[in-house]
Design a protein around this ligand. Structure first.
Ligand code: DD3
Length: 333
């Protein structure tokens, strides 16, 4: 069992997601009511206090991120931590309310260690627990290879692999059925054919639009990826493109000219979705080897109704990816 996903984005089998959602739901309730009656509310308890680290999977000093593998209550877990940007609206409080320790002084220059007030030094943290071997693999730093997938490769290699995996999209269904993240939904079009839900991706904490990242998840459940799209899906794609841009302009004041709207191939989860990221944000997976602009996808389908069924598509896969082995076994790498 391996998971079709490039680094830093992927799928979680259904039971895992529903647990995560259940925890969140509890959290939201307690948060809202300020229930401090019997012990600590679930959302204030530090479930990470018992985390035992086994390995650093990946880290980036530049991105101020770390991916850690370990155990939580004897279950495999992956914890992703990322320092968040310093926001202008907090500057006054940081300047006035911090502890400052001098490191060195030289001429007109001085450096310090500044300890910001606790609520302004949060670390965005994502927990995957229980994590499968595939989650661990996915976040482990590894070499990537560009794969060429011809029309027949899709049918003989990729599709059987994707179908055999039965990759969990339960968390996607939870969103569509309002069983999770319903309060995060930014826009919804309930039409069964051309409808979708627009909401912030996990990766975005919504504190600033610099790293804006929303996903549009389609209502239709039988479109796995870009490969399944034909001209029959043009109304759906055009609807997502138009409404998504309208809503983002209204809510976040960002015009279409500041947005990158695209699909991934391979996607992290095989339920059609479209990424909306801020153009100035170098979002993970927005490179030419994985991202397909929605505007181009629409045009290609207008020119040729089965463009993506017959095209040769290229995408990056990491060394330990199960699909990469299938391409190797088939002598395609
Ligand atoms: C995922 C790709 C998947 C780990 C991580 C992310 N946006 C999600 C569950 C709920 C979500 C997402 C899988 C999983 Cl860090 C394993 O992403 C999600 N909810 N990308 C939102 N809003």
């Amino acid at each position: 069992m391996s998971d079709v996903a490039a680094n830093r984005e992927g799928d979680t089998p259904e039971n895992e997601e529903s647990q995560l959602n259940a925890k969140r739901a509890k959290c939201d309730v307690t948060d809202g009511q300020g229930d401090h009656g019997e012990g600590e509310p679930a959302c204030k308890r530090n479930i990470l206090s018992g985390f035992v680290t086994s390995q650093i999977l990946n880290d980036s000093a530049r991105e101020k991120k770390i991916f850690v593998h370990g155990k939580l209550d004897n279950q495999e877990a992956v914890v992703i931590m990322e320092k968040t940007p310093i926001r202008e609206e907090n500057l006054a409080e940081i300047f006035s309310g911090s502890r400052l320790e001098l490191d060195m002084r030289n001429d007109i220059y001085s450096t310090y260690r500044l300890q910001a007030p606790a609520h302004l030094s949060e670390i965005k943290t994502t927990v995957v627990c229980p994590a499968t071997e595939n989650h661990v693999k996915k976040y482990r730093r590894q070499e990537t290879f560009l794969v060429e997938e011809r029309e027949d490769d899709y049918g003989s290699i990729t599709l059987p692999y994707v179908e055999k995996l039965c990759l969990g999209v339960q968390w996607v269904y939870n969103i569509l059925e309002k069983k999770a993240e319903s309060e995060r939904v930014v826009y919804e079009d309930q039409d069964p054919e051309v409808g979708f839900i627009l909401l912030p991706d996990f990766k975005w904490d919504q504190k600033q639009t610099d790293d804006l990242y929303l996903i549009a998840i389609v209502n239709k459940r039988n479109i796995k990826s870009l490969r399944d799209l034909t001209s029959e899906h043009l109304p759906l794609l055009q609807n997502i493109f138009q409404k998504g841009q309208e809503v983002i302009l209204e809510r976040y004041k960002l015009p279409a000219s500041k947005l990158r709207v695209y699909l991934h191939y391979q996607p992290s989860y095989y339920h059609l979705h479209v990424h909306f990221t801020r153009l100035s944000y170098d979002a993970p997976g927005c490179g030419v080897e994985r991202a397909h602009l929605l505007a181009d996808v629409i045009q290609n389908l207008q020119f040729k109704c089965d463009y993506y069924r017959s095209a040769t598509l290229y995408f990056p896969l990491s060394a330990e990816h199960g699909l990469l082995n299938k391409f190797k076994e088939a002598g395609r790498l």
